[in-house]
Structures are given as C-alpha cells and as structure tokens.
Write a protein that binds this ligand. Structure first.
Ligand SMILES: *Cc1c(COP(=O)(O)O)cnc(C)c1O
Length: 395
C-alpha cells in the first residue's frame, strides 16, 4: 500500500463534529449526568486513537470498550482515564484486565470471584460495574433474582481489593419511535416495544437498586442508556450515559434529532470508459449498457467494507451529482454509470458516504439500500481503508 492515504479510497472523520455530537448528548441529559463515550470496536470502526483524541477535551468520566484487548489498546495509547469493558469476559483474561487496570462489567459471579483472586494475588485494586439484565437477554445478572446474587456481590466487594463502582442495564428498544411498535414475540403473542418497554426495564432496574439497598445517589453509579435513550428519555438514564453511534454522526433512532454528520467515505476514479450498448459489467454480467454509456471504475470494493449488497442498487456522488452503481461490486472495484455527468476524469474523487456540493449520501441511506444498519456500515470498513481524522475548529 502507498503511504498516501488519499491515493485510492479512505474514510474521513471530522473531530470537531464528533466533539459537538458529544456536547449534543450532554445538552440532552441533566448537567450532573456523566458521559462514558463508547469507543468499542475501534471506535465503531473509525479509529480509536482519533476518537479518543477528539473527545478527550470534553473530559469524559471513562471510556467504554467491549473487550479486554480493546482496553489494553487504550492503555497502550497512554490513556489513563477509567476504561470500562462492557461485554462479559472469559475467565482466562481476567488477570490481564487487572494488569491493565480495566473496569470489568460483571454478569457472572464466577468472574467476580476470579477477579478478586487475581487482584489479591497481584496486590492490585480492581473496579467493577454490575450489569443487570432487565430484558436485553444477552448479558447481565437477572433483575428478578437480585436478592440472590446481590449479597454475594456485596461480600466480594467489601474488605478487599475489588470496588463496586457502577450498576447498569441496557435498553433493547430505545431506538424505536415514541409511539412504540407491536412485535410478534416467538409464540407468545404481541408485545409493545419502545418507550413502554424502556419504562418497564427502568422500573425493573430501580427495583434491583432497591432490593440491594443501593441508594440512587450513592457510591454505586446507576446508568441505563445509550445514545437513543439519552436523546429520547433523558429522565430514564440514571447518573451516566453511554453514547456511541450518535457521536460518530450515526442516527440513533426513529424520530430523534439528527447528529452532525462526521464521516465521509471517498474513492478515486481509477478509469473512465465509453461503452457500447449491450456491454456487460462485473461478475455474472448482471448489468448491460442500455445505450452508449460512460462508466467510471472506482477504487473501492467489498474488500474495503463496501457492502456487496449495494450491487446494482447503491449510488455515489461525483461532481456533486448522483451516479448509480452498475453490475456487481467486486473486492477492489466498483463501477458507476456517469453518462449524465460530464467531465469526470481519472483521479477525481467519488463520495460514497458524505457530502459533495449540494448533495449528500447519509450512512443511513447506504445502510437502508444495503439492508443493514448504520452501525454495521461503520464497523464494516476494512483495515485497507485509511481512517483520516480531520482536525477542525469548534465553532
Ligand atoms: C454499544 C453500547 C452502547 C452504545 O450504544 P449506541 O446505540 O451506539 O449509543 C451503550 N451501552 C452498551 C452496554 C453498549 O454495548
């Protein structure tokens, strides 16, 4: 690969936009609410070093990651703030979490026992946030058995090296429109998700805090919400929020305020050709020129994380105008029809997400065409695409 990040295809991220989106989350919740920006999965695929540098001036309470490895990566970058690992971890990596001074979220008492033993053995301190499963079903200790597990968590965090700092839950449908949606629940009939389910989960969480005699304003910090929850029901998020997608310019859910766009995906035009009617393009020859057409070959493909499902469906911007993708996207190349866009030359820059002139393609538009969600588009960018963080002023 050439050392010029702008040679072929790249992702641009504007630092100041990320910072403003963080302030947008802050403005939505009460001023006392702490912020734990989620920088898991390499900051949603956008580059964790750039993300942390962009948000550090906002002095967040902690950074949120998914795995111990991601936490170690932050430490290797010289980051000293608390780092919370939000996914359950296999017991084998607990010792490494202690070494790297990572805060573990606890969904399993055996992991907490191991943490205490590893911390004692190393004469180190450790901190935990206990996850409560109020309906997400993928992680957390059950909300309706708190009287069983609560006392044991208390024992393991008293008079020892492990400190209990937080207690949290995660909403399953904070992104759903305010009026809610009826969903079929496997054989159980219908259930309404959205604000109603958020309220139910928040109520269950409150019940757990009460069952464990943990005061809401005590030393164990209660926190419940992601971006969508912070924007939709700031009254339900507790004393901290854990925003992710919105920071990076991804829409957080139906009917919620738009973030400032922060990400653009661009690719160079590698070739321009005039083709005769009937000329086929791409594997499987799924598209043929309908008349004399002009095509541009872009230096980006599914090997860069451009979803192959955009084949014959997606669009790009060239010279501020929309050009449809034709034929199947291949690993390294994508062809677009530029018959109606005069003057396109080799080396011009096409925009796959972001702004060009008066036109814009949102990540949500791309995700919709690709049959997925904005999160998967961001995290799907492959290592081949350079991530270029663009500094900018905070006006
Ligand atoms: C990923 C994650 C978040 C962030 O969610 P967004 O929808 O991206 O704001 C918050 N909390 C937990 C536990 C997560 O895993």
């Amino acid at each position: 690969m050439t050392s010029d990040p702008f040679a072929r295809a790249w992702v641009e991220i504007r630092s100041a936009a990320v910072r403003r989106n963080l302030r947008g989350i802050r403005a939505s919740v009460s001023p006392e609410v702490a912020v734990i920006p989620m920088v898991k999965a390499n900051a949603y695929g956008l580059g964790v070093a750039g993300a942390v540098e962009a948000m550090e001036p906002e002095a967040p309470m902690a950074w949120g990651v998914a795995t111990v490895e991601e936490g170690e990566e932050l430490r290797a970058l010289g980051i000293s703030r608390p780092v919370v690992v939000f996914c359950p971890v296999p017991p084998g990596v607990v010792a490494r979490a202690v070494e790297a001074e990572l805060t573990l979220s606890i969904s399993d008492l055996a992991v907490l026992e191991r943490l205490r033993a590893e911390a004692e053995a190393r004469k180190r301190f450790a901190t935990i946030h206990v996850e409560v499963d109020t309906g997400i079903g993928r992680a957390g200790l059950s909300w309706d058995r708190a009287r069983k597990w609560g006392p044991r968590v208390g024992e393991l965090t008293r008079d020892g090296p492990v400190r209990w700092e937080g207690c949290f839950t995660h909403f399953h449908s904070a992104d759903v429109a305010a009026e809610g949606r009826r969903v079929e629940v496997s054989g159980e009939g219908e259930e309404r998700i959205g604000v109603a389910s958020m309220q139910l989960q928040a109520e269950r969480f409150r019940q757990v805090m009460e069952d464990l005699s943990l005061p809401w304003d005590g030393p164990v910090l209660p926190h419940l919400g992601n971006s969508a929850a912070a924007l939709r029901r700031p009254d339900l998020v507790g004393r901290a929020v854990r925003p992710g997608i919105f920071l990076y310019g991804g829409g957080a859910g139906e009917g919620l305020p738009d973030p400032e766009p922060a990400v653009a995906v661009r690719a160079r035009v590698a070739l321009v050709r005039e083709v005769a009617p009937g000329t086929s393009v791409g594997y499987g020859a799924t598209y043929r020129a309908r008349g004399p057409e002009r095509w541009a070959t872009l230096a980006i493909g599914y090997g860069d994380g451009l979803p192959r499902s955009l084949s014959n469906r997606g669009v790009v911007l060239l010279h501020g105008r929309r050009a449809p993708m034709v034929g199947r996207i291949s690993m390294d190349l994508t062809v677009v029809d530029i018959t109606r866009i005069p003057g396109v030359r080799t080396g011009d820059v096409a925009t796959l997400v972001g702004e060009d002139g008066a036109e814009r393609i949102t990540v949500e538009e791309m995700a919709m065409e690709a049959g997925t969600i904005n999160y998967e588009i961001f995290t799907g960018f492959s290592p081949r695409l350079p991530r270029v963080w663009i500094p900018g002023d905070d006006g």
